[in-house]
Design a protein around this ligand. Structure first.
Ligand code: PLP
Length: 426
């Protein structure tokens, strides 16, 4: 039989499309090219620039051309270990750190080398489950409740493990979380750590938004379950450098076997992260006063924007609590179900479609994050503003970042939020 290029039955990405976040970005760009004014609340990209000292470091190291060790540049591994110590009170050494081209890639190769089920709460970030499906792992979605801010509970984790004790499982916790911005309390982290220790679970603690927790008090579960926790972090969110593609995992010594297995895969695939990026990242993870100021202002701006939108939703009758960090909100429009149904909106896909068509605001349906299609939830990433302009304005503004400030410095975001409010009222 002649070769048929369209025969794809043995592809292991069958049924999966391009990642939902990237797809909405492409769709928004296409609509913009047709002349539509689209507000990009779809892709979760930091609105802030890479801090100037980190950009200068990249310029300085542009001529670095050698392949680097698979696990990473030793100076950067050391800088990340010190950073985790400083930020999270988690004692790591340079050799515990593995650097990869984005934490997403590291998550993929972790799932590839670890033969266990993936356990995640619903809703969760869009890529964990598709990665498991590509590799052929089973995915368990743990139920959560809006009233409990969509957080995975120790009880539900325990109940799952009791049903089949001893089964290898990888649990991913993300806090503050994409898609909703909520984080765990200390007590909740301790409870989950106790269950994880009892059932010998491997925890991947995705803390990529930790430094964007508004009160600056992010705390890692590695404090309470150090022996079974891998911390995931990177430059994409708190350092505004998503396109630089640098992420890092920190392993406790007794999980070095996983680090080594991942390094084998890395050595046969991407080899190592770009040398200039790794050299420049040392400056980012070493930090300093400038970076602390940058983060302080970034958190202030994000907090003010979240608060503006939460107030507006509460006035519209939604039961939405203030998030703890990051640049996301995950409103559930179920209380307005009747009114939305009258407009023909019956699921989260139709909700986002109508919102985009009627207001130009691009968001992502709750379904992309593992929620039931019929639930009227969506994720909005309030990032459509000029981050540098907002940072400069916030640095010169000592009082509260009120509506007038936001209107002047994050005008597109405020316009988009007001359009959503008018659309809900209409
Ligand atoms: N984890 C979460 C929760 C994210 O939102 C993202 C990016 O959007 C990532 C991981 C991946 O980040 P990166 O691969 O850029 O490090």
């Amino acid at each position: 039989m002649p070769f048929q290029p369209d025969v794809h039955l043995n592809l292991n990405v069958r049924g999966l499309g391009v990642s939902a976040t990237l797809a909405i970005n492409e769709r928004s760009n296409a609509l913009r090219q047709q002349g539509r004014d689209v507000f990009k609340f779809g892709l979760g990209q930091s609105p802030f620039p890479v801090p100037p000292a980190v950009v200068s470091a990249l310029q300085e190291f542009a001529a670095e051309k050698d392949y680097l060790p698979v696990k990473g540049l030793p100076a950067l591994q050391g800088a990340i270990a010190r950073y985790l110590d400083r930020e999270h009170d988690a004692a790591f050494r340079a050799e515990d750190i593995m650097i990869g081209p984005g934490s997403k890639e590291l998550m993929f190769i972790l799932q590839l080398v670890y033969y266990g089920d993936l356990v995640i709460p619903t809703p969760s970030w869009v890529s964990y489950a598709p990665q498991a499906s590509i590799i052929g792992r089973r995915v368990h979605w743990l139920p959560t409740h809006r009233e409990n801010q969509w957080k995975l509970s120790a009880e539900s984790l325990d109940a799952l493990c009791q049903r089949d004790p001893g089964r290898p499982r990888l649990v991913i916790l993300n806090y503050p979380a994409n898609p909703h911005g909520y984080t765990f309390t200390d007590a909740e982290l301790r409870e989950i750590a106790d269950v994880a220790r009892y059932h010998r679970l491997i925890l991947l603690s995705d803390e990529i938004y930790g430094r964007l927790q508004y009160n600056g008090q992010h705390r890692s579960i590695a404090r309470y379950y150090p022996e079974g926790t891998i911390i995931s972090d990177g430059m994409s969110k708190w350092c505004g450098a998503g396109g630089w593609r640098l992420g890092a995992f920190a392993f406790p010594p007794n999980l070095h076997w996983l680090r080594d297995a991942m390094a084998t895969v890395a050595s046969e695939t991407y080899t190592s992260v770009a040398a200039p990026i790794q050299h420049a990242a040392v400056t980012a993870f070493d930090g300093g006063d400038d970076l602390d100021d940058y983060l302080f202002q970034a958190r202030r701006i994000l907090h003010a924007l979240a608060s503006y939108q939460v107030d507006s939703y509460q006035q519209a009758g939604l039961d939405l609590a203030m998030p703890d960090g990051a640049f996301y909100l995950f409103p559930d429009f179920t209380p307005l179900e009747g009114r939305l149904r009258d407009r023909g909106i019956r699921d989260s896909g139709a909700l986002c479609e109508s919102l985009l068509n009627d207001t130009g605001v691009a968001t992502l349906p709750g379904e992309a994050f593992g929620r039931p299609a019929g639930e009227l939830s969506l994720r909005q990433a309030f990032v459509d503003f000029d981050g540098q302009y907002a940072l400069d304005g916030a640095a010169a503004h000592s009082g509260e970042l009120d509506r007038a400030f936001l209107q002047q410095h994050c005008g597109r975001c405020i316009t988009a939020m007001d359009r959503i409010a008018d659309w809900l009222a209409g």
